[in-house]
Design a protein around this ligand. Structure first.
Ligand code: PMP
Length: 377
């Protein structure tokens, strides 16, 4: 295997920022007391926890909302969807989501359908990989209580129009709007104040694994999924990891403060790659959209798994289908939802950038893709 790793799988996870790790280590050693303890050390931990909470809300311009620290987006999505649906099921048992959500959303809805008698409408996507607002409008019923639509898709990078969705849902005050913003936060500007609830993870923005949050309007109640000592305002029991919370605030501050700079830098990378792919239409079909962070394409002449493996032995890490469900049937339901064939959906390659990358990484990827094309039969 090559000595230097070129990591182009940043939608799966990112390398932790040393500053984030440093803030984690310092907090973990200096403020290790349980924030629920009443002694002075506990109070200091509690103060830091509150500060991290306030910083994150303020960074996202949602100071009046409530933040629940979770182990990441998977837990936050589950809490938002199941917690809301079960809490408000007396108002109606119809829910709306999309066919291209992350499994942590889709499986939560499936559980509500299979075990709790809810009905779920799964909105299709249009040729741009986003929902059509008329489809959402037509899906709304008298008994609809929750709409969950992701901001940015993790496989094809398509972006939903959150403003448009929120404006429509304003006419339905009893329907809550949740969005999984995991692939958008710290990368593209999103109108967080327009969402009733949103979920994300720290490790997609150079933070630590198992850090994340659900942010929601204060008035929204949820049935807690984890019962216990009543931490996180009773919504998520268990002793808080103050250092993890502080590290999340740090990762968010760093990514949000350099959002425009990083976006412009990464746009150059994706343009170089897209130019190469477009110059070779007999070899590749592009599946992704106007989001530089994720370039997804199908290999037309070779098995994607072979290309990904071959790149990997050359030190270049990209993914096929999605790391989140890569062990299941290797057919992308997201590419299928775009109306593409099984063949194309089976052969997807996802390249996802971060601010850690540089143009040499992209050139190396293209150089190796060319070589693989020449070498493999
Ligand atoms: N939603 C989206 C869109 C994601 O990309 C991911 C991570 N692949 C998740 C949710 C789940 O995040 P985590 O595994 O950190 O809980």
């Amino acid at each position: 295997m090559a000595n230097k790793i070129i990591y182009l799988d940043n939608a799966a996870t990112t390398l932790v920022n040393p500053e984030v790790l440093d803030s984690y280590n310092k907090t973990k050693t200096q403020y290790f007391a349980n924030p629920s303890s009443i002694h002075i050390s506990g109070q200091e931990s509690s103060r830091l926890l509150s500060k991290a909470r306030e910083q994150i809300l303020s960074l996202l311009n949602v100071n009046d909302d409530e933040l629940i620290f979770t182990s990441g987006a998977t837990e936050a999505n589950n809490l938002a969807i199941k917690g809301y649906a079960l809490r408000y099921q007396n108002r109606g048992k119809h829910l709306i989501t999309t066919v291209i959500e992350h499994p942590s959303v889709l499986e939560a809805f499936k559980q509500l359908e299979d075990n709790f008698g809810f009905e779920v409408t799964y909105l299709p996507i249009n040729k741009n990989g986003a929902i059509d607002i008329n489809d959402l409008k037509n899906a709304i019923r008298k008994d609809t209580i929750l709409v969950s639509i992701m901001a940015v898709n993790n496989e094809i990078g398509s972006i939903n129009n959150i403003n448009e969705i929120s404006n429509l849902l304003n006419d339905y005050p009893l329907i809550a709007f949740h969005s999984d913003v995991t692939q958008g936060i710290g990368k593209i500007n999103l109108p967080y104040e327009k969402m009733d609830m949103f979920s994300f993870s720290g490790h997609k923005i150079h933070g630590l694994n198992s850090s994340g949050a659900l942010i929601k309007r204060k008035k929204i109640e949820l049935l807690p999924l984890i019962s216990g000592g009543g931490q996180e305002n009773n919504f998520r029991s268990g002793t808080n990891d103050v250092a993890l919370a502080v590290s999340l605030a740090k990762a968010m501050r760093l990514s949000i403060s350099s959002l425009d700079h990083n976006f412009a830098k990464i746009k150059q990378f994706s343009e170089v790659l897209l130019t190469y792919l477009k110059e070779n239409p007999s070899l590749y079909e592009i599946n992704s959209f106007d989001n530089p962070y994720i370039v997804n394409f199908s290999s037309l002449t070779k098995k994607a798994s072979v290309v990904v493996e071959s790149l990997s032995t050359r030190g270049i890490m990209v993914s096929s289908v999605s790391a989140c469900h890569a062990k299941k049937e290797p057919i992308s339901y997201v590419i299928k939802a775009l109306g593409k064939s099984d063949e194309l959906a089976h052969n997807t390659i996802r390249v996802s950038f971060s601010s850690d990358n540089n143009i040499e990484d992209v050139n190396a990827l293209i150089f190796n893709l060319k070589n693989i094309n020449k070498e493999l039969v």
